[in-house]
Design a protein around this ligand. Structure first.
Ligand code: ASP
Ligand code: MG
Length: 411
């Protein structure tokens, strides 16, 4: 009997009616002759609400206790879904991450899965039960509960699919699949039928919110076919799989230079003004930021004038306060003139494996933005991606123009 992993996000289990609907879908999957493992997220905005509760008692929550708190959200969903399934006449059992054998490393709030021991999952499936596993959580060698980073239920689902060699991992969400760009911004955005792991990874990393990036990495590593589809319709969604598999279905894959346009508003541009132009300066600035756990994205160093430089870079807006604290200390140590920032910027990106074989894709992006009168402040590229930092008020215009230029929309 084939084994299927189905994952439902928070918006799919936000209230009793929705939970019953999910129960119905899960039961019909089982009755079609499958063994079914279900992974669920916390209902609705519960995880955010739990974070707010913690912030109500302390400005600096202990990370172990934060994990203890956040892991409770998913437990609400698994218990309720199991009850709903039983009510509808099928047998089910809920399991926490630790009960399901999900072992994670010792990092709190963004742990990595190190091993899955699915013995109990198999035992319960063998009894004919639908097995419901809490997403986003695991246990470490100290027997402490850890969580896998925001959006981590996707990772739980893909990792279980890998460990159990399930045929597919189905990610049910409140949209119909992965789109060529955000349909809220561009009306004729189109659902993508097939997308490669590499493209999906870059899209997730540049702002597409459909799936957690790390879950795609795991899918790629273990060759798990992922189907992203809607909880609320029966339509086929988007398949995330290897380039080879896609090419066998769609020999024209490389003809498409760009698969999607993404954007990320969680960006702030920082500049260190008038810093000495000598060896070791960049190392000290970025070394301190790294030590503070701050990820730096794009970096530009302006041409030196009279042995002085400006160094600009971007970090997540959510890290701004912390970054400013670190940079102020660095500024004094290095004798730089000032630190300035701009938090009214966004990053727009184009992503596609076809870029490897198509010259001129980046040039076309710059020309398109120029024609739309959008000023580019910073640029970065990878093999299959080009990103630009632009002003936030230009976002809609920029995304729409790029989406049109690469002919991504429905007619
Ligand atoms: N409930 C967790 C979150 O909100 C995990 C998830 O939704 O995947 O981040
Ligand atoms: Mg989610």
């Amino acid at each position: 009997m084939p084994l299927v992993v189905m994952k439902f996000g928070g918006s799919s289990v936000a209230d009793a009616e929705k939970i019953k609907r999910v129960a119905g879908r899960v039961i019909s999957k089982k009755r079609k002759g499958n063994k079914v493992v279900v992974v669920v997220s916390a209902p609705g905005d519960m995880t955010d609400d739990l974070v707010a509760l913690a912030e109500g008692v302390t400005t600096d929550p202990d990370e172990r206790e934060m994990d203890m708190l956040l892991a409770t959200g998913e437990q609400v969903s698994i218990a309720l879904l199991s009850m709903a399934i039983k009510e509808m006449g099928e047998d089910a059992i809920s399991l926490t991450g630790p009960q399901a054998g999900i072992y994670a490393d010792k990092t709190h709030t963004r742990a990595r899965i190190v091993r899955i021991a699915p013995a109990k999952i198999y035992q319960e499936l063998a009894k004919g039960k639908i097995v419901i596993v809490a997403g986003f959580q695991g246990i470490n060698r100290n027997l402490d509960i850890t969580t896998l980073g925001r959006g981590g239920s996707d990772l739980t689902a893909v990792a279980i699919a890998a460990a159990t060699k399930a045929g597919t991992c189905e990610i049910y969400t409140d949209v119909e699949g992965v789109y060529t760009t955000d349909p809220r911004l561009v009306k004729n955005a189109k659902k993508i039928d097939y997308i490669s792991y590499e493209e999906m990874l870059e899209m997730a990393g540049t702002g597409a919110q459909v799936m957690q990036g790390r879950s795609i990495e795991v899918g790629k590593k273990y060759g798990v076919d992922i189907h992203v589809c809607s909880t609320f319709s029966e339509n086929t969604g988007t398949f995330i799989t290897s380039e080879e598999k896609i090419r066998s279905r769609r020999p024209t894959m490389e003809k498409v230079a760009v698969a999607g346009v993404t954007y990320d508003k969680n960006q702030v541009k920082l500049s260190v003004i008038d810093v000495r132009d000598k060896p070791g300066v960049a190392a000290r600035i970025f070394g301190r930021l790294a030590k503070g756990g701050i990820n730096v994205d794009m970096i530009i160093q302006s041409a030196a004038t009279e042995r002085h430089n400006d160094i600009s870079f971007t970090v997540a807006r959510t890290d701004l306060k912390k970054a400013l604290g670190i940079l102020e200390k660095a500024r004094r140590a290095l004798g730089a003139k000032s630190i300035i920032y701009d938090d009214k910027v966004v990053k727009v990106s184009i992503v596609g494996v076809g870029m490897r074989s198509h010259p001129g894709v980046a040039a076309k992006m710059f020309a398109t933005l120029a024609k739309a009168k959008v000023n580019i402040e910073m640029i970065s590229t990878s093999e299959i991606k080009v990103s630009c930092i632009i002003k936030e008020h230009d976002l809609q215009r920029a995304v729409a123009a790029l989406h049109r230029a690469y002919k991504l929309g429905d007619k």
